[in-house]
Design a protein around this ligand. Structure first.
Ligand SMILES: [Zn+2]
Length: 114
């Protein structure tokens, strides 16, 4: 993703703080939608049991994931399978959380010998 200078329109590197064309300060790119947006409905990769639907709903609406799972199971057992149906629908509808890779380690720099 390239950013562009607001002043002259020159394409700049992602981490550029100043435009190389005109020297004006660049606007930081819009904050990534994840994980700032709490209400975004995604299936998280952490804390999931099956597909992460219950955990994703719990994250999005600040519910207790245990209760989400309990309600899902109760609806599945006593609700004629509606809990399972809802689970499958959410599984299809909810996108999976994007993988966030850790930053690459700094390459080893041998100490310079005097
Ligand atoms: Zn510029």
């Amino acid at each position: 993703m390239a950013i562009y200078c607001r002043n002259c329109g020159k394409a700049l590197a992602d981490d550029a703080r100043f435009c190389s064309g005109c020297g004006s300060q660049t606007v930081p790119p819009a904050a990534a939608p994840y994980p700032q947006s709490v209400t975004r409905l995604v299936r998280p990769r952490a804390g999931r049991m099956l597909a992460g639907v219950c955990q994703g709903l719990a994250n999005a609406y600040a519910w207790d994931v245990v209760w989400v799972r309990v309600v899902t199971v109760l609806l599945t057992v006593f609700g004629g399978g509606s809990g399972l149906l809802a689970y499958v629908i959410f599984w299809i509808v909810m996108p999976e959380e994007p993988v966030i890779f850790p930053p690459p380690p700094t390459p080893y720099q041998p100490p310079t010998q005097p």
